[in-house]
Design a protein around this ligand. Structure first.
Ligand code: ADP
Length: 421
């Protein structure tokens, strides 16, 4: 294992995986802290996906250390701590405390911190994080329900989360390239800084930062700063010429399960109706998981064949609000997630081997119902959404787990066109 990563959420982990696959690294995503007896997958990079972004600090730290322990026991050469490109955290944590614990455990004394992701318009200049042309604190993130970001200056933000001291590698140095960045980071470390926020405005900056961090035991940041890492391993002769994105084929039926109510997913379902049978469940009329599962089973019987099918609970804002008013917000979500995950399991039982799931929470529910703990990452269908292959004891199965807002209108068709290719 060349690179072992710890990601503070599931879709962020997948995003990092895709970046590494694009760089030519065979990458596997593990869901949750692996048990001590979990064998190391055959991969250049392993990304452990935690759900620690908003967990209590002590939980986030202990899960991260447990993941680190497993990664080190399997010989990882470098460790990456992945957080959100908008540095989602509160003054109580968790980025600082988790990074502190990792720096301590690795006895490396120093780590860079760079959440920049120019492709998604997240840039860092003079330590300030921008979303598009707005400062982080004026980007809407200041109203985030769980992690409101009211200070755009990451040197200050990280300083409030750590007892270590935080320096800056400013853009003027980053623009000079890898050697200058390396020198600046070494100087900061010698001055006793534990962290350096590193400015980055373009992908070229991220590549230079990655190169400069070649010898670092620990790198922290968004998926962007991982872009330069595969090249380091290749230069050192450690990365073979494998085709990183190739997955085993999974002959069988194809289906979509949609629980996202985002605008993008609703448009994708609308488009799919012209090309495949689509069942829309109405949890408002039938607020009963058993009945919804039975309805889906009766509808799907005889439909699984050469063309994909889709089963959706997705609905517009009024219908969602109506169900939430009836059951309460959490109960409404739980009912639909329970029904959809059971429907997904039944479809797999009936021979579906290529399954697209729309919705972050919905994906979490499906993966957990299927008992999937390990996903090999394939090529992207649309930016940020790769096909994955579920490794483990279950049937050979490909999953595409789509965060609601991702993907173009034809995403479902594109996914299956690719899975058959
Ligand atoms: P996204 O990635 O778009 O946020 P999620 O799956 O994370 O999608 O969240 C969508 C939530 O909405 C899930 O909890 C899902 O169960 C719930 N949901 C789906 N359909 C309905 C519906 N018709 N009424 C109410 N809630 C729904």
């Amino acid at each position: 294992m060349l690179l072992g990563a710890i990601a503070d959420d599931f879709t962020g982990a997948t995003d990092l995986c895709s970046t590494l696959v694009r760089g030519g690294m065979r990458t596997v995503q593990l869901i949750g802290v692996p048990t001590p007896d979990t064998p190391a997958p055959e991969a250049d990079a392993v990304v452990v996906a935690l759900k620690s972004r908003t967990a209590p600090v002590q939980d986030a730290v202990s899960q991260s250390l447990a993941a680190l322990d497993w990664l080190r026991r399997h010989g990882t050469r470098q460790v990456f701590f992945k957080y959100c490109s908008t540095f989602d955290s509160t003054d109580q944590g968790n980025i600082g405390p988790v990074a502190d614990a990792l720096v301590d455990a690795l006895a490396c004394g120093f780590a860079l911190a760079c959440p920049a992701f120019p492709t998604n318009a997240r840039t860092v200049y003079q330590g300030h994080l921008f979303v598009g042309s707005a400062l982080l604190s004026e980007s809407g993130m200041e109203h985030h329900p769980l992690t409101p970001m009211t200070d755009p200056n990451l040197v200050r933000v990280l300083s409030r989360q750590t007892e270590g001291s935080v320096g800056l590698v400013p853009f003027a140095i980053v623009a000079q390239g890898a050697a200058a960045i390396r020198k600046a980071m070494t100087a900061l470390k010698e001055q006793g800084r534990r962290y350096a926020i590193v400015d980055a405005v373009t992908d070229a900056d991220l590549l230079a930062i990655g190169e400069a961090a070649e010898a670092h035991a620990l790198i922290t940041g968004g998926s962007g700063v991982a872009m330069g890492l595969p090249k380091n391993f290749r230069r050192a002769g450690l990365l073979g010429g494998h085709d990183a994105g190739t997955l085993p084929s999974t002959p069988g039926h194809a289906a979509v399960i949609a629980g996202s109510c985002s605008r993008a997913t609703l448009a994708q379902i609308g488009f799919a109706r012209e090309h495949m049978p689509v069942l829309t469940l109405d949890p408002l009329e039938t607020p009963d998981a058993d009945a919804l599962v039975a309805q889906a089973a009766a509808w799907a019987a005889g439909k699984l064949g050469a063309t994909p099918i889709a089963i959706a609970a997705s609905a517009g804002p009024e219908a969602v609000a109506a169900l939430q008013a009836k059951l309460g917000r959490e109960q409404a979500g739980a009912l639909v997630e329970d029904a959809l995950s059971r429907i997904a399991a039944a479809l797999v039982q009936d021979g579906v081997r290529n399954l697209v799931v729309a919705g972050g929470e919905t994906s979490g529910a499906v993966v957990s119902r299927l008992g999937v703990r390990s996903l090999r990452i394939g090529a992207e269908i649309d930016p940020g959404v790769p096909w994955t292959y579920a490794e483990g004891s279950g049937p050979a199965l490909r999953l595409a787990l789509k965060s609601g807002n991702f993907g173009g209108r034809d995403f479902f068709l594109k996914a299956f066109a690719r899975s058959e290719a």
